[in-house]
Ligand binder design. Structure first.
Ligand code: AMP
Length: 485
């Protein structure tokens, strides 16, 4: 039977790549939390109307790129193409604005869907991390959101980022500017692409965003929004630029920056990074202020500002620069067992080691040592612990250091401690948050209230080196002894 491909423009995230994505959004979340933002999860699909009204029906996103479908109840739904509209819908629906603790500050992270032509850095299902700060308005709010974004990028390891900013002013100013654009484009209407003909009628601002070569050239000669900005807009723009420069953030004013979504007004911005490889994945993130969106979606007249990063683009750049390797997971060791008795012993050892936080796996079938060592190497293991017939008879484990290829025999009773020592673990490894001096198996003597200790019920009958005499913990002193019995 023919196999089934993944839908065009989508990609699977497998193992370490999935970990790297999680790491990227975790770092962003951590930084957002530092700035007082809270998580807000909204559905992946919403009423189509939310985006038509929110993002704007003249935008490419809504006109051409949305995954729209009717559900079984005949409701017109859309997969979210971006995160802001959903967050604002939630703020309104849940009346989150009814608080005197404004601005509301939320972050989100997850898949977005746009039916775009797949190309470098452009997918049909991609991931964004974004934040929204709603309810206050003003340049300090803009500034803080940009600082958050830059902080997150730095925390991820981006050393040089360029921030491009512009002002899209107020709706009134934009109307005047649109008139001027229409005036300019009137004579060129027969030259522009089909899309731009529609944009001309619906929102000529979008014509500046067209990617068709001839239209890009025309856009260069079009009137600039600068000439329409109010004194206030210019003041805000200068303020934000100078403040960012003051924080050593490379910032340029780019009057051609219009953004692809209709809700923006006032300050808009985009972040760019050109990797040494020269590959250009496009803007790594962008955002801006919106003054009417909350109101347009049926809420009170609250201003907001937000941004979103494209996680795919962050991933590609960081990956290319080798800055995600630390997120790869490696096994600490592989236990190689040969024969049924050995396999059983291997399992009690595995359980003991895992309880101590050692990342350990074993072979499920007998294979040649050579291929098992190879597997251990692939998993990044530092040691192979071999339990064969001889080892079972002598109650020892052969420990092979996979780097030096040296091998020693360690008695069953000592193996857990030996490995913990080798890996640089100790009892306190698992009690990191606990300051007590107890030795693990003496939990009942400990007066602290940490979770680990509370769980110890100490009622076993082992007569090993454990001094408590009544514990059933799996600590290294007790468990090998128990097995001997
Ligand atoms: P936007 O919501 O269009 O402002 O996009 C914000 C960020 O999301 C962009 O700067 C990109 O990094 C990323 N992004 C937007 N569209 C895509 C896409 N189709 N594939 C991958 N990343 C995207």
């Amino acid at each position: 039977m023919a196999s089934i491909n993944s839908p065009k423009g989508t990609h699977d995230l497998i193992s370490n790549e999935a970990r790297a994505y999680k790491y990227i959004s975790d770092i962003c979340e951590e930084v957002a939390t530092l700035y007082g933002f809270n998580p807000l999860h909204t559905p992946i699909f919403e009423a189509n109307e939310l985006f038509a009204r929110g993002v704007g029906d003249a935008t490419d996103i809504v006109r051409k790129e949305m995954y729209v479908f009717k559900d079984k109840g005949n409701r017109l739904m859309a997969l979210r193409p971006e995160g802001t509209a959903g967050v604002i819908r939630s703020i309104i629906a849940n009346k989150l604005y009814a608080t005197n603790d404004l601005p509301l500050r939320y972050y989100y992270s997850g898949p977005m869907f746009r039916y775009e032509r797949p190309q470098l850095g452009r997918y049909r299902q991609f991931h964004q991390f974004g934040v929204e700060s709603v309810g206050i308005g003003g340049v300090y709010d803009d500034l803080e959101v940009i600082l958050l974004a830059v902080h997150a990028l730095q925390a991820l390891g981006f050393e040089t980022i360029t921030t491009r900013i512009n002002s899209l002013s107020t709706r009134e100013t934009r109307e005047k500017y649109k008139e001027a654009l229409k005036e300019y484009y009137k004579e060129h209407l027969n030259e522009v692409c089909g899309d731009c003909k529609v944009r001309y009628e619906q929102n000529p601002l979008r014509m500046l965003d067209c990617k068709v070569e001839h239209d890009v050239e025309l856009a260069k000669k079009a009137p600039k929004i600068t000439d329409f900005l109010t004194e206030n807009d210019k003041k805000d723009l200068e303020f934000v630029k100078n403040a960012l420069l003051g924080f050593n953030i490379e910032t340029t004013i780019d009057f051609s920056l219009v953004r692809g979504l209709d809700y923006y007004s006032g300050i808009v911005f985009e972040f760019e990074y050109l990797p040494p490889s020269g590959k250009n994945y496009g803007a790594i993130g962008g955002g801006g202020r919106y003054d009417k969106l909350v109101n347009d979606l049926g809420g009170p007249a609250l201003e907001g500002v937000g941004f979103a990063f494209g996680i795919e683009r962050l991933f590609h750049i960081l990956n290319e620069e080798g800055k995600l390797e630390h997120t790869n997971v490696k096994d600490d060791l592989l236990i190689i067992s040969v024969g049924d008795t050995a396999r059983f012993d291997a399992y009690s050892l595995l359980t003991s080691l895992r309880t101590h936080g050692v990342r350990a796996t074993t072979n499920f079938s007998d294979k040649s040592f050579k291929s098992l060592f190879k597997i251990a190497e692939l998993r990044g293991a530092k040691y192979a612990l071999i339990i064969g017939e001889n080892e079972v008879n002598n109650q020892v484990v052969s420990v092979r250091d996979l780097e030096s290829q040296s091998q020693v025999e360690v008695p069953y009773q000592e193996i857990v401690n030996y490995i913990l020592e080798k890996l640089g673990f100790n009892h306190h490894h698992h009690h990191e948050e606990c300051d007590c001096d107890c030795e693990g198996h003496e939990h009942h003597k400990c007066k602290c209230e940490c979770d680990e200790h509370d769980e110890c019920t100490c009622d076993c009958e082992c007569d090993g080196e454990c001094t408590c005499g009544e514990c059933n913990c799996t600590c290294p002193e007790c468990s090998p002894k128990k097995k001997e019995e």
